[in-house]
Design a protein around this ligand. Sequence first.
Ligand code: C6P
Length: 410
Amino acid sequence: MSAVTRAGFDVMRIREDFPILSQVPYGKPLVYLDNAATAQKPRAVIDATSRFYAEEYANVNRGVHYLSEQATVIYDQARETVARFINADAEEIIFTRGTTDAINLVAASWGKRIRPDDEILITEMEHHSNIVPWQLLCEERGAHLQVAPITRAGELDLDAFDAMISERTKLVSVAHISNVLGTINPIREIIRLAHAKSVPVLVDGAQSAPHMAIDVQTLDCEFYAFSGHKLFGPTGIGVLYAKRAMLEEMPPYQGGGDMIVSVSFDKSTYKSGPGRFEAGTPNIAGVVGLGEAIRYVDKIGLDQIGEHENQLLQYATKKLSLIPGLKIVGNAKRKASVISFVVEGVHPHDVGTVLDREGIAVRAGHHCAQPLMRVMGVPATLRASFAFYNTKGEIDVLVGGLDKVRELFS
Ligand code: C6P
C-alpha cells in the first residue's frame, strides 16, 4: 500500500514510495537535493505509466477500436485532473512539453498581436525560459523587453515594477517562485497591478506547482505554465492554462493532425479550445503519468507538503548560516524550499563535486538564470532544493559534506 493512503504525514513512509531514494551512489545513501531541477517519481507514477503501455495503450482521439477509445477516456480524465488541480476548466488546459514549451506557445501564438514598440515586462529573477522566448518575439516584431528590478534580498521591487507598466506594455510575464532565490513573488498583487492597467499576465509556475496550491481563478492570471517532471510526473509533459477568452483569440501555432476541424487544399479550419494547440500525436503516456502524479500529490496534500518543506527550509537556513564563509544568495521574506549559496574561495562546481562523492545531489552553476547571476554579483551558486520526501537528517548530511569542503580547500 502506498504511504500516502495511510493517515498523517510520515516522511519515512513517503520515502518508501520513491524507489530511487534507496540508491547508494559511491556507496553513500543518496541525498537528493536537486528537486528544483527535476523531482523523483513515486511508484504510483512509474506503475501507472508502465500499466498504460502494457494494458491500455493506443493513439487518442482517432480510433474507433476498444483500446483507442479507452486510451482517449484515460487521456481526457487526466485533463480533468489537471484542471481540478489548479481550479480551471478542462477546456482551458493545453498539454505541452513543459513550461518552456508553454511559454513559447504563448509567444508564438498570442504574440502575433505584438506590434513595433510594444513592450513585454519581465523581472530580473526570470529563468531563461521566461526571457529568451520574449527576446525572440521582440526581435521579430520590433518590440522591447522591459525588466523590472529586484532588491538585494532578492524580492521584486513592486513600486518600480508598477511604474514600468505603461500603455505600451502588452504582457507581464513573471515567475511565481524564483528557481534560484526561492523567492515567492506576491503574485496576486503583481496581477492586480497589471490588470489595473489592463495588461494580461503569464505566470511561470514551474517552481510553484509542486509546492503550493494554485487557484488560477483566484489569481485571475491569463496564463499559467508548469512542468510535469518537477511535479513528480514524467518528463516531456507540461501544462499551459489559458483563460478561455485568451484561447479564443489565439491563432494556431503548429499545424498537423488532430488540431483541425476540416482540411482541404484550399483552406483548413481549426478546432477551438486546447485541441487547436495540440497538433500531432500527443505525449499520451506523459499525460497519464502527470494525472497520476497529481493524484499522488493531492493525497499527501499541498498544505502538508508546504508545512514540511517550510520546516526543511528553516532548518537548512539556520544550519547553513552557521557555516563560516558560506553566504546564502536570496533572503526574501517569503521563500520556497530552495537555497542558493556560495562558499568563499571555492568554485561552486568544486563544491558540487565534493558533495557528489558524499552521495549528495545539488545543482551548481547559473541555473539557467545568467542575468540574475549578474544582478546578484555571483558567477554561479550551489543550490539545494527540497521536496516533501527530504528530511532534516539529509540536511545534516549536506552540512557534513560542506564541512568536508572547508577541510579540503582551507
Ligand atoms: N528550471 C532548474 O534547475 P522546463 O525545463 O521547461 O521543465 O522548465 C523551465 C523552467 C522555467 N521556469 C522556471 C522558473 C524554472 O525553474 C524552469 C526549470 C530547472 O532550475 C531546470 S533549468
